[in-house]
Write a protein that binds this ligand. Structure first.
Ligand SMILES: *Cc1c(COP(=O)(O)O)cnc(C)c1O
Length: 389
């Protein structure tokens, strides 16, 4: 272990935790220093919304700090069912089911729906939880290059022998901020009689006019078979979910081990997510502010990325998602820029291999609705200063 850790240190790949002493969504305090947080997934600031906090507090008082058991034993609270009804309505589906985290949702959904007679076909840049879910399943895993629809069709063409073909993709790719080509995926799935599943972790609350997700963004409501998402990003809470037909949800409820053998989501997290869904409906200003901030900062990020790298700095999702990667290249250099930003009061952590490919280390900048024009200016000028041509 010591040798391996020493190797990681030499390669600039050693990971440490930063201790946040306090936060309000816009700022974090580390070692007594106040920094603007540019690397959180709290896109709409809802983790810090007064109504969300108040609702979580009352649920804690009414139901306790924990649910006390798994859902199928004595942990199934009225809050879980209310949350699931809201999620189903939000995603335009018959039913929904919540898990303790998004990671566990992916493990449970994918591993319960597929077996050795099936194949799972995924984008190469899908989230780690999808990849681990595929490893847990006995189905044959097939991977296509990022968003390569010609390659996807080739795989589908030769996969007729499998009983089920399940295509899984992130809606918004978590480290690049670009979007899955849903219209083509849906068309290919239909042509080759395959099931589709999207991971809406970074799309829920963010994409589409009302923040409903990727289907709304492309004007394809109801076209995807299985919608997975998380309560932990734009919804500002914790927990994962799946939405789809009643049969799908009944099946997963009966089969998914990461649903059956784990304690139910705590009441406070349920209540917070319910409040967040209501706020997304009633207060569109949060999404509007997020979009204004994305628009304001896009040119500065594009320029910083272009100065550093031959890899296109911002992919085609540009301007639509709050994730703006600035690809620096070498791990050590990325870490160094991140540390210098820290000295200037900006918290923006370095993302290095194996999270991203070797030589593609990056600053994964995320914007939220709480950032002010001043914050954005401060970041833009720091990027200008620290990332020269
Ligand atoms: C964050 C994330 C998850 C995991 O969700 P958690 O609720 O944080 O466990 C799954 N998929 C994608 C694409 C993610 O970005």
């Amino acid at each position: 272990m010591e040798n391996e850790l020493a190797e990681l240190k030499v390669a600039g790949l050693y990971r440490t935790l930063k201790t946040i002493e306090k936060t309000d969504g816009r700022f974090v305090w580390i070692n007594g220093q106040r920094l603007i947080n540019f690397c959180s997934n709290n896109y709409l600031g809802l983790a810090n919304h007064p109504k969300v906090i108040e609702t979580a507090k009352s649920a804690c008082e009414e139901f306790g700090a924990g649910a006390g058991a798994s859902r199928l034993v004595s942990g199934n609270l009225i809050l879980h069912e209310k949350l699931e009804a809201k999620l189903a309505a939000f995603k335009g589906r018959e039913a929904a089911l919540v898990f303790p985290t998004g990671f566990m949702a992916n493990l449970g959904i994918i591993s319960s729906l597929t077996d050795e007679n099936d194949t799972i076909i995924i984008d190469r840049l899908n989230h780690a939880s999808i990849i681990d879910a595929c490893r847990l399943s006995k189905a044959k895993l097939q991977v296509y290059p990022h968003k390569d629809m010609v390659a996807l069709e080739k795989i589908l063409k030769r996969s007729g022998k499998f009983k089920k073909r399940l295509i899984v993709t992130d809606s918004v790719f978590s480290l690049d901020g670009d979007l899955a080509p849903l219209p083509q995926i849906v068309e290919l799935a239909k042509k080759y009689d395959s099931l589709t599943m999207i991971d809406e972790a970074h799309a829920t609350g963010v994409l589409g006019v009302r923040g409903l997700g990727l289907e709304e963004h492309y004007g394809l409501p109801g076209k995807v078979d299985i919608i997975m998402g998380t309560l932990s990003k734009a919804l500002g809470s914790l927990g994962g979910f799946v939405a789809g037909s009643q049969t799908l949800i009944d099946y997963i409820k009966n089969k998914a081990r990461s649903f059956i053998y784990t304690t139910a989501l705590p009441p406070s997290a349920c209540a917070a997510a319910i409040a967040s869904l209501e706020i997304i409906e009633d207060e569109p200003e949060h999404l509007r502010r997020l979009r204004e901030n994305i628009k304001t900062l896009t040119p500065a990020c594009r320029q910083a990325g272009a100065r550093r790298s031959t890899i296109p700095p911002l992919p085609e999702g540009e301007g639509k998602t709050p994730i703006m990667p600035i690809i620096i290249g070498p791990a050590e250099k990325t870490l160094e820029i991140s540390e210098k930003l820290f000295e200037r009061g900006i918290f923006l952590s370095a993302i290095r291999p194996p999270t991203v490919p070797k030589g593609a280390s990056r600053l994964r900048l995320t914007i939220n609705s709480l950032h002010t024009k001043e914050d954005l200016k401060c970041l833009a000028s720091s990027l200008q200063a620290l990332i020269p041509a």
